[in-house]
Design a protein around this ligand. Structure first.
Ligand code: GLN
Length: 190
């Protein structure tokens, strides 16, 4: 669990509830010990700065490139994206996901909202999704699977190999299926 900034405590509690041995990752030594990583929601530009300051950015990039399963929610999805629109000046990402995301895509009129989403990969019951100053995925490369989109077609959940990303925050609604889906990836690899 990347614990530099953002709502990592909520993720830790969901993961622990699912029986995972979830630990905060703040240093390269912490990262070396985990079989998977969740990058929380928060503020991607701050997470970017802190990860570089703590010498974690390059180890994180190497971990993603080596196939470590990583799940990013909201700012975490931005961190994993190869291309970001409306980033702040100098903002970098780890990359890995062949997607273009737009930060704060819903504008100030609609900063935060909740909706029910169909996510066929997680079964018939819709996912109740909370969006908080959320990004959307504006385009995806050939290797990316779209797991869910809003009614207007805007993409909000994606998967590519060992990477999973959602624009919204399952960790704050009692929804556990995305974390279970992610833990299956971790188990399959370790
Ligand atoms: N707007 C934030 C960013 O750009 C993301 C918001 C969130 O993670 N809830 O990083």
């Amino acid at each position: 669990m990347l614990a530099l900034q953002g709502d990592f405590r909520e993720h830790l509690s969901v993961l622990a509830g699912l029986g995972a041995d979830a630990v905060p990752v703040r240093r390269p030594e912490d990262l070396a010990r985990v079989d998977g990583l969740v990058i929380p929601g928060g503020e991607s530009s701050v997470m970017d700065k802190l990860s570089r300051l703590f010498g974690l950015a390059d180890p994180l990039r190497e971990a993603v490139a080596s196939g470590l399963p990583v799940y990013g929610t909201c700012a975490g999805l931005i961190m994993l994206s190869d291309r970001v629109l409306d980033s702040i000046s100098g903002q970098q990402t780890l990359g890995g996901f062949d997607v273009t995301v737009r930060r704060n895509a819903f504008g100030s009129q609609l900063d935060s909202f909740e909706t029910d989403l169909d996510v066929p990969a997680l079964g018939d019951v819709p996912v109740h999704a909370v969006f908080i100053r959320a990004p959307v995925v504006e385009s995806v490369g050939d290797d990316v699977t779209v797991l869910s989109a809003l009614d207007d077609g805007r993409i909000v959940a994606v998967e590519q190999g060992n990477l999973l990303g959602t624009s919204f925050h399952p960790e704050i609604t009692g929804e556990t299926r995305f974390h279970e889906y992610f833990l299956d990836k971790v188990r399959a690899r370790s």
